[in-house]
Design a protein around this ligand. Structure first.
Ligand code: TRP
Length: 446
């Protein structure tokens, strides 16, 4: 039976933008930009997002909306009797792995948020937020409970379904996130010395571009649009045939870029105004930002707002990562949604326990020289996602009939053949080549 659909186009856009906008834009982009050349990194990221990210997003949309089915079933319908459905299976496995460590960071944010409400962040030991962060993330019971709490919130929303769960929650959380962002950017830009941070973030120093930076920017472009694991196939399978895919994709990409831009503007001016280092790495938002907020008037209020924003951004991404599992199981039998959400969510919680403990009990347990958390992140971001993205690009552009592709892509839009041909070149040649080049670089071939 045909399942549920998004109630409105704007609901779909907010939910999909909610999936895209998350730790990638608000946590990873600023720290990667901070460690790899500021503006130059951001510029390359923009180009990749606009050309390759948007093309791949459209490819996922075509697959999902054409079949109106979750990934495994969608690939089976489009290429019956072939092993392409493994791309769907790979996507589900990758999504579970992403959510397993995503929820750990979600738990840190939840703990920080609760502590910020109860005043537990104002007096760090020895005045050092780095020490506070370490002591919090190695406190198993606290971060374990927060990790579980984050997953349970995700389950409670996803079990409610598309309209009453994900669409409704995203329609509240995403506008709230935008408003909080604007408040924070205004605060940050009015700090004395803010311009130095703006310059660091926006003035590209092209000399600092190297293969590594370009590679990171490519991975970041795919990660921050939630591509490569068929999540956008899943979300677009609930979209009415009346809507234009191109218009929806432009709004989603536009919103994601806007947020990436606002994140940099909210974070770097403060870092520079208070003489802190932009290249702190993954803990940037947990160690540098509290110090920044601590220095400003009403700082603890602004920090609490920032954490709430981060929580919303992380949750709306987590919904999509759980939804792909739930939709695959409950597509033919919507009555199974609730049980699928609980079983999937709790299974992913258990899968995430080693990642959580890698900052405490298991910190000595190294796999190929690094802790479990980092290795899972590496496996997903640098191997599974690019492989998934490559397969989806190849599948859509070589294995779906040209006339069918064209019809689905352009349905409801006034664009013509020129647009279609450009898209096809991007998805058939340029995207696969860029991904293969990135791989060869990782392998040290060039
Ligand atoms: N895009 C989200 C972020 O930037 C994370 C995310 C959600 C994701 N779903 C995904 C990343 C699927 C890759 C694939 O934080």
């Amino acid at each position: 039976m045909a399942g549920e659909q998004w109630k409105s186009k704007i609901g779909f856009i907010l939910a999909a933008a909610g999936s895209a906008i998350g730790l990638g834009a608000v946590w990873k982009l600023p720290y990667v930009a901070g460690t790899s050349g500021g503006g130059a990194f951001f510029l390359v990221f923009l180009v990749f997002t606009l050309l390759l990210g948007t093309s791949l997003l459209l490819a996922e949309f075509v697959i999902g909306r054409k079949t109106q089915k979750p990934p495994i079933q969608a690939y089976k319908e489009l290429a019956p009797g072939t092993p392409w459905y493994w791309v769907g299976i790979l996507g589900i496995i990758s999504s579970c792995l992403i959510l397993s460590f995503y929820a750990v960071v979600g738990g840190w944010i939840l703990t920080y948020f609760i502590r910020s409400l109860t005043g537990g962040l104002t007096d760090p030991p020895e005045g050092n937020y780095g020490i506070l962060f370490e002591s919090i993330i190695s406190n198993h019971w606290e971060v374990g409970a927060a990790h579980l709490g984050f997953i349970v919130i995700t389950i409670l929303i996803v079990q409610g379904g598309i309209q009453k769960g994900i669409e409704r929650a995203s329609s509240i959380m995403m506008p709230a996130l935008f408003i909080i962002f604007i408040v924070l950017v205004v605060r940050s830009l009015t700090l004395d010395g803010a311009m130095e941070g703006v310059r660091f973030f926006l003035q590209p120093d092209l000399d600092s571009l190297d293969g590594q930076t370009i590679l990171f920017a490519l991975g970041q472009a795919f990660f921050s649009l939630s591509l490569g694991v068929s999540i956008m196939v899943t979300y677009s399978s609930y979209l009415s045939k009346k809507e234009s895919l191109v218009r929806s994709a432009s709004s989603i990409v536009g919103l994601s870029i806007l947020i990436a831009f606002l994140s940099g503007l909210a974070i770097f001016p403060g870092v520079f105004a208070f003489d802190l280092e932009p290249n702190e790495g993954p803990s940037l938002i947990f160690t540098v930002l509290p110090a920044v907020f601590n220095e400003m008037a009403l700082g603890s209020l602004f920090f609490t707002l920032f954490l709430l924003l981060l929580l919303f951004a992380t949750l709306t991404s987590a919904f999509s990562l759980l939804e792909i599992v739930v939709s695959s199981v409950s597509h033919s039998n919507p009555g199974r949604r609730r049980i699928a959400a609980w079983a999937g969510g709790l299974g992913i919680f258990i899968l995430g326990i080693p990642s959580n403990l890698s900052y405490g009990l298991l910190s000595e347990w190294l796999i190929f020289g690094d802790i479990f958390f980092n290795q899972i992140d590496f496996l997903v971001s640098n191997i599974l996602l690019p492989v998934g993205a490559l397969c989806i690009a190849v599948f859509a552009s070589y294995f779906i009939k040209r006339s069918e592709l064209r019809e689905e892509l352009l349905r409801g839009s006034s664009l013509g053949s020129g647009f279609f041909s450009t898209w096809l070149v991007l998805i058939r040649y340029i995207t696969p080549l860029a991904i293969i080049a990135a791989f060869l670089h990782v392998l040290g071939v060039w």
